[in-house]
Write a protein that binds this ligand. Structure first.
Ligand code: KIV
Length: 283
């Protein structure tokens, strides 16, 4: 194992260190390699894969096999960062045994170092079972996308006093169950700040304001590659969607005009290749 690789204890040690935890998603080898050379800490193979890369309407259809396939690809590109696999819908809800078995697949087949489980107090028992099996777990509370139908859409959670208390309780239960960090998604910044103050483990925010111990975004959102709905909390740090369209239309124009491929992008033969030596036939 690479001695410089970011570890779970290193992430825990970042609490109150003054240095934010930086996390991004990746679903394939190409982006994983790029991220591995950047100054971030965690790569999450999120089940957002289903919507961003596979074109599903929600994360609900994503299967364990799909998650393992993509986690393996990301593993091949990552040497320095902590790799976390996201447990998809129904991979942990049914029983403690299936939760442990599926978390184990992320470690054994996918090469992940930890898993993420959505849900607060009601997922705590599963989190505990997986941690007891020796697998590190990142929790996830607030706007948990696998519960989209219960929420009636992708709506900010914890805006009322009661809902806020429930999310605080959820985060505490996950910490008690052994989670090494908790993702706070789609909640008011003030609530995220209070939870961050309350927990001994780091919080990682997405749509949860600036006071968390770290931040996570979907890489394609940050790069401006997501052509679908982009939530308010996303900042496009680049417009690669436009860059892709411009590059492809330049390619189309140059191929049509004959300026690509030029001599520079073509091979030349050592001798005249298609003229047979006298008396020989080309097959
Ligand atoms: O699936 C995902 O990508 C996530 C993060 C954005 C937190 O759960």
């Amino acid at each position: 194992m690479n001695k410089n690789r970011v570890t779970v204890p290193a992430i825990l040690g970042r609490k109150n260190s003054g240095k934010k935890i930086l996390a991004l998603t990746a679903y394939d080898y190409c982006f994983a390699r790029l991220l591995d050379s950047c100054e971030i800490d965690i790569v999450l193979v999120g089940d957002s894969l289903g919507m961003v890369s596979l074109g599903y309407e929600s994360t609900l259809p994503v299967t364990m096999d799909e998650m393992i396939h993509h986690t393996r690809a990301v593993r091949r590109g990552i040497n320095n960062l902590l790799l976390v696999g996201d447990m998809p819908f129904l991979s942990y809800q049914v029983s403690g045994e299936t939760a442990v078995a599926n978390a184990g697949r992320f470690i054994q087949e996918g090469g992940a170092e930890a898993v993420k489980i959505e849900g607060g107090a009601r997922a705590a028992e599963r989190v505990h079972a997986v941690v007891q099996a020796g697998i590190s777990v990142m929790g996830h509370v607030g706007l948990t996308p696998q519960s989209v139908h219960q929420f009636g859409g992708y709506k900010v959670q914890g805006r009322s006093y009661e809902d806020g208390r429930q999310i605080m309780k959820d985060a505490r239960e996950l910490e008690k169950a052994g989670a090494f960090a908790v993702v706070l998604e789609g909640i008011p910044a003030e609530l995220a700040q209070e939870i961050t103050r309350e927990l001994a483990v780091p919080t990682i925010g997405i749509g949860a304001g600036p006071h968390c111990d770290g931040q996570i975004l979907v890489l394609q959102d940050l790069l401006g590659l997501n052509m679908d709905f982009v939530p308010k909390f996303v900042k496009k740090f680049a417009d690669m969607g436009e860059a892709v369209k411009t590059a492809v239309s330049d390619y189309a124009r140059e191929v049509q005009s004959g300026s690509f491929p030029s001599r520079e992008h073509s091979y030349s033969a050592k001798s005249e290749p298609l003229r047979p030596a006298v008396g020989k036939r080309v097959k």
